[in-house]
Design a protein around this ligand. Structure first.
Ligand code: HEC
Length: 221
C-alpha cells in the first residue's frame, strides 16, 4: 500500500515535470521573442563613435615620427614572431608567407614566385611606411581577405621598431619619413574631433518624440 502511494506521488511529480517541459516547448513554438538589435531609445554617449565615448580605435596610431630613432634591436626581437612564416635574408625561401627582403618601399605582393591572395594582389601601390603601419596593426582590416593569419602589433612603438628593422633588411636606401610626411600621417590618422557639444545642441533643438526616436536609430552608416 505504502509503496503504491509512493509510486503515485512519483508518477504525479514526473507528470508535472513533463507537462512543464512540454508547455515550455510548445509555448516556444508559438512565441518568437523579437530581440531588437538597436536600443529602442538611443542613449546619447552610451557607445560608438557618435557618442564620443571610448570607441574602439578604427585607425592605427601614427608612427612615422618614431621610425627614425626606433629601437632596431627590439624590431629584430619582434621579427621572431614573423619568422614562423617569413624569412628576411636576401634570396631566403618563401614559407607560409613570402620572403620579406627589400619589402619596405617595394611594391605590394613584391615577389613573383609567391602565391599571394587575390586581395593582396588587388591592393596595389608600394609598401610605404604608412601602409606597413596599417597592415601590421591589423592585417585583416587593412587588406580584407589577406591570407596573412596574424593578429597584428598593437603597440605603436612595436610597429615602428619592426618597420625600422625590416627596412634594414634590403631596403636601406628607402628614404626615412620626411617632416612633411610625418605631419601628413598625423593629420590623416588623427581621431575625429569629438562632436559632443554639437550633438547635444542638436538634440535640444529638435526634441524627438520617443516613438520617433525608436523608429530612427541614430547610428545608420
Ligand atoms: C602565420 C603566418 C604569418 C605570420 C606570423 C606573419 N605573416 Fe606576414 N604574411 C603571411 C602571408 C601568408 C602573407 C601573404 C598575404 C597575402 O597574400 O594575402 C604575408 C605577407 C606579408 C607582407 C607583404 C609581403 C609582400 O610581398 O607584399 C608583409 C610586409 C608581411 N607579411 C610582414 C609580416 C611581419 C612584419 C610579421 C611579423 C610581425 C608577419 N608578416 C607575420 C604570413 C604571415
Amino acid at each position: 500500500m505504502d509503496s503504491m502511494e509512493k509510486n503515485k506521488i512519483f508518477a504525479a511529480v514526473l507528470c508535472a515535470g513533463i507537462m512543464a517541459m512540454l508547455s515550455g516547448f510548445i509555448a516556444g513554438q508559438f512565441v518568437h521573442p523579437h530581440i531588437p538589435d538597436e536600443d529602442a531609445v538611443p542613449v546619447e554617449g552610451a557607445e560608438g563613435p557618435a557618442g564620443g565615448g571610448p570607441a574602439k580605435p578604427q585607425l592605427p596610431d601614427p608612427i612615422l615620427d618614431l621610425i627614425a630613432d626606433a629601437d632596431i634591436a627590439k624590431g629584430e626581437k619582434l621579427s621572431k614572431a614573423c619568422a614562423a612564416c617569413h624569412s628576411f635574408d636576401q634570396g631566403g625561401p618563401n614559407g607560409v608567407g613570402p620572403n620579406l627582403y627589400g619589402v619596405v618601399g617595394g611594391p605590394k605582393a613584391h615577389l613573383s614566385d609567391f602565391e599571394y591572395s587575390a586581395a593582396m594582389q588587388a591592393k596595389g601601390g608600394a609598401w610605404s611606411y604608412e601602409d606597413l603601419n596599417f597592415f601590421l596593426w591589423k592585417p585583416k582590416k587593412y587588406i580584407e581577405g589577406t591570407k596573412m593569419n596574424y593578429l597584428g602589433l598593437k603597440k605603436p612603438g612595436d610597429r615602428a621598431a619592426m618597420i625600422a628593422w625590416l627596412r634594414q633588411q634590403g631596403s636601406g636606401s628607402f628614404a626615412m619619413p620626411s617632416a612633411a610626411e610625418i605631419e601628413a600621417e598625423k593629420a590623416a590618422l588623427a581621431p575625429p574631433e569629438p562632436e559632443v557639444e554639437e550633438s547635444a545642441d542638436a538634440s535640444e533643438a529638435a526634441p524627438a518624440a520617443e516613438g520617433e526616436a525608436a523608429e530612427a536609430p541614430a547610428e545608420a552608416h
